[in-house]
Design a protein around this ligand. Structure first.
Ligand SMILES: [Cu+2]
Length: 126
C-alpha cells in the first residue's frame, strides 16, 4: 500500500514539474505596427532604433520612414503594448497602434530629408 502511494506521489510530482517547465519555456511573441507621429527623418529613425530596440522585451524592430511606421516585435511575458507605447513617449514621440488594413498615406514632412537639419525646421529637437 505504501508503495502505491509513493508511486502516485511520484507521478504527481513529475507531472507538476513538466507543467512548470512548460510555462517557463513559453515565449509568446507579438508583433505590432505603430504609426509614429514625428518620425520624419533619418535622425528620428536612428533615435527610435537606438532606444526602442533595447527596451525590455523588444526582440525586433523595423522602421519605415516612408510610411512613418515602426514594426515592433516583443515578448508578451516581458512587456506589453502599453509599455512599448510609453517607451516611444519617453523619447518624445507619439506612437499609435496601426490596425491592419489601415495603411497610412505616406506623407513625410520633408521628403528626402537626410537629417542634416539644414533648410528646414523640425517640430522637435534631435
Ligand atoms: Cu526628424
Amino acid at each position: 500500500m505504501k508503495q502505491v502511494i509513493l508511486i502516485t506521489l511520484c507521478a504527481l510530482f513529475s507531472f507538476a514539474q513538466v507543467n512548470a517547465q512548460d510555462t517557463v519555456k513559453k515565449d509568446k511573441k507579438e508583433t505590432i505596427t505603430l504609426l509614429v507621429e514625428g518620425m520624419d527623418c533619418a535622425n528620428c529613425v536612428k533615435k527610435i532604433e537606438k532606444n526602442i530596440a533595447f527596451e525590455k522585451g523588444v526582440t525586433d524592430l523595423k522602421c519605415d520612414l516612408a510610411t512613418k511606421t515602426a514594426t515592433v516585435t516583443y515578448r508578451t511575458d516581458r512587456t506589453d503594448e502599453a509599455k512599448v507605447l510609453a517607451a516611444f513617449k519617453k523619447i518624445g514621440m507619439e506612437a499609435k497602434v496601426q490596425k491592419e488594413g489601415e495603411a497610412q498615406a505616406a506623407k513625410a514632412c520633408c521628403g528626402g530629408c537626410s537629417g542634416s537639419e539644414t533648410g528646414h525646421k523640425h517640430k522637435h529637437n534631435h
